[in-house]
Design a protein around this ligand. Structure first.
Ligand code: 5GP
Length: 176
């Protein structure tokens, strides 16, 4: 049986989202924002974040698949679902659950930059700086965490644990 070691509590996460939302409100100073959440992991984060932002907010979703093993992305990114909204002239804010190697985000930043947004920034709840394989700019980071596999608050392992209110390190027990 895998074990869960709590890493970030519900209170810590909610306080951090208050802080991120305050920074975003100040930085965008009332301008409209198009939040583009990267499914599936960021669905919980974007739900909490969007309700703390101002009135002029739209939310859209993209879903990509990357070919790698179960727990690591290869960086070859393919759309399962693209955005429904045009990015042209918009303040696009990509909402990511976790930045690991940075490959997914580097690819999306490059691609979305060609769609002529007014601005393009990224907010990620979690980042694993030690795991970065490609440099990628992330303007707003909630927590830097160690290079371990985490679940909860939208993040899964084989589709489980997304509904946890906290974030935990998932440790697979050694096979006897
Ligand atoms: P990257 O392209 O940065 O390596 O991978 C980003 C994606 O890999 C995340 O959006 C997430 O889906 C998945 N991922 C990376 N690290 C973790 C982790 O620790 N836990 C979970 N559940 N997913 C992760």
């Amino acid at each position: 049986m895998p074990t869960l070691d709590a890493l970030l509590s519900e209170d810590q996460i909610q306080a951090k989202i208050d802080e991120l939302a305050a920074r975003l409100r100040a930085d965008y100073s009332g301008e409209s924002i198009l939040l583009v959440a990267i499914l599936k992991g960021s669905f919980v984060f974007v739900a909490d974040l969007c309700r703390r932002l101002g009135e002029d907010i739209e939310v859209d979703f993209v879903q990509v698949s990357s070919y790698g093993d179960e727990h690591r992305s290869s960086g070859v990114v393919k759309f399962k679902k693209d955005a429904d909204t045009s990015f042209e002239g918009r303040n696009v804010l990509l909402v990511e659950d976790i930045v690991d190697t940075g490959r997914t985000l580097a690819h999306l930043r490059e691609l979305f930059g060609t769609r002529r947004p007014k601005s393009l920034r990224v907010v990620a709840l979690l980042s694993k700086p030690e795991a970065r394989a490609v440099p990628v700019e992330v303007e707003y980071v909630g927590f830097d965490i160690p290079n371990e596999y985490v679940v909860g608050y939208g993040l899964d392992s084989a589709e489980r644990y997304r509904n946890l209110r906290y974030v935990a390190v998932l440790r697979e027990s050694p096979t006897p």
